[in-house]
Design a protein. Sequence first.
Length: 226
Amino acid sequence: MTASDAPKSGGGAKLLTFAAWSVLVLALWLWGREITGVPAQVPGRPGGSLAGPAGVPLPAAHAPLGAAPPARVDLPSMGIKAPVISRGLDKDGAIEPPPYDRPGTVGWWSGGTQPGAAGTALLVGHVDTASKPAAFYGLSTARPGDTVRVVRADGTVAEFTIEEVRVYERAAFDPHKAYGPRVRGRAELRLVTCGGTYDKAAKEYTANVVVSAYLTGSGVRAGTAV
């Protein structure tokens, strides 16, 4: 997703179409808490998984945590550290991205799962602006085994391990595959940004990068009592 003082992507840069989000919202209702809850090459190539070699050893899942809203997301391997703000759905039924004048922030869909709780939590961010990288620039370079840490408002830290990085073409986007629980009962996380190529005529990217991760650890932020 792209943003700027004068947004490069205009009104067309939505993470999902209204139809796709309608399907997702219906799926949320059906599944209940299971799912409610500057290098130029980074946006990625659509058409499949960006995962590394098969057989990457991944840790066992951690038991879901209690509910707490997210405050910050860190991806140490990519140098990403961004504050998280709550977002809803816009008038067209698409998730609201972070404000265009705050491209360094990440949006959490507050109508869904809180990161660390059972279900699938959704975090969305811009990939760039008209002049510089944004919060999720480089997200497509993530690999299975990489760590994602979400600092939560209660001072706890939910630590996730990435299990897949995939690029979905917008024209064939399947929200069930992108956002449905990979293993029911786990605490899962999806990080979403724009990918593919930038279509100047349509003023939007041609795909979405979706990083799938699951909870593998927890802790407490230093200096915080919980």
